[in-house]
Write a protein that binds this ligand. Structure first.
Ligand SMILES: Cc1cc2nc3c(=O)[nH]c(=O)nc-3n(C[C@H](O)[C@H](O)[C@H](O)COP(=O)(O)O)c2cc1C
Length: 162
């Protein structure tokens, strides 16, 4: 199974750590930034992951602009994110991107979110929040999520709830 993971991780590399952990389970999937992801590469993939940190309540524009520019396609996809704050239960951070992908014809099989180190303005004053995250439990959650995708039993996933 060829898997490609498109990941915009611009702040602390938090989302990249999640992407690398998932890639390891998904037959050493290639992890690329939106700038590196060529149309030919994606066209040959059986499964494509899309992930970034959350900025001002949304996934990073590098990622969403990339998806917006994709031609209509089909195939399996998943979405993942890291955030400083918890999401609102009725407004998951990943939902708008999942909808965008579905509008393009992708079948979005699941989403994964975990909290991660955050030095956004107010938190910088105290040296950031969620230090040491993603932690071992978050990475274990990412591994379990990727295993379910690999085994064809997708289900949304979370990092440590602590
Ligand atoms: C400018 C800025 C804005 C942010 N906005 C939010 C936000 O609205 N909600 C949230 O939960 N986290 C927010 N964060 C925290 C990031 O989502 C978090 O640190 C994320 O793990 C960054 O991922 P990355 O290191 O892969 O880029 C913000 C961080 C920065 C620097």
């Amino acid at each position: 199974m060829k898997t490609v993971i498109v990941c915009a991780s611009v702040s602390h590399g938090n989302t990249r750590r999640i992407a690398d952990t998932m890639a390891h389970i998904l037959d050493d999937a290639k992890v690329v930034s939106p700038e590196q992801a060529g149309p030919a590469e994606l066209a040959g993939a059986d499964l494509i992951g899309f992930g970034s940190g959350v900025f001002y309540g949304r996934l990073h524009p590098q990622l969403t602009d990339f998806v917006r520019a994709l031609p209509a396609g089909r195939g399996r996809a998943f979405v993942f994110a890291t955030s400083g704050l918890p999401e609102m239960p009725l407004a998951p951070f990943t939902r708008p991107l999942a909808r965008l992908l579905e509008g393009k014809g992708f079948e979005v099989e699941g989403s994964f979110l975990c909290r991660a180190f955050d030095t956004w303005a107010p938190f910088k004053l105290v040296g950031g929040i969620n230090k040491q995250r993603p932690n071992g439990a978050d990475l274990a959650g990412a591994r379990a999520f990727a295993e379910r995708l690999r085994d064809g039993r997708p289900q949304d996933g979370r990092g440590s709830l602590a």
